[in-house]
Design a protein around this ligand. Sequence first.
Ligand SMILES: [Ca+2]
Ligand SMILES: [Ca+2]
Length: 188
Amino acid sequence: MRSLPKVLLALALMSGLVLPAHALTLSGNSLFTSGLPEVVTVTYLSSEAAYTNLMFETQPNTQLLFATNTATSGQSVSLGEIAANTELVFRLDSFFNGNQVEQWYSGPGSRNIDGTVHARITFIGNDTWQLAWEDLNFNESGYDGDFNDMIVNIKSAVVPEPATLALVGLGVGSLGLLRRRSRKPAKA
Ligand SMILES: [Ca+2]
Ligand SMILES: [Ca+2]
């Protein structure tokens, strides 16, 4: 009986080893899930901005994630399970004195009215990407390009495929069978 937990641990490690090291990938300044479904969590870090900035998820789902006037550092929102090969798109709405003054999208600069990138995305390890927003228009005076107007971390975890789970189950089942077989001669 003593070796069974070790075998289970080995199987768990083996199933983990076949998963990608970090599952979200950056392509053309856009974040995509890999060839597997992933559970994605976004965590608010900080904001240094004159505007009040609201960050939304706009693809695949639409929801408000954080507002700079209410969010606290470390606060997290789950985007839930996202299908394979899906682009995650975010939007930043900027308000001043209660009036919306800007709206920016993550991904390529071509999505924005000034034609520039407003969400800078870098990999920081531990399956985590950092997204840093710039809330000012590149073509207007006062543009600072400091990309700290809202900063969040985006962490993903691959959802184990049913096939992987089935293989682990099969392995455990086979071990049980082998164990029963090996016991029989001893009893006889
Ligand atoms: Ca700033
Ligand atoms: Ca700025």
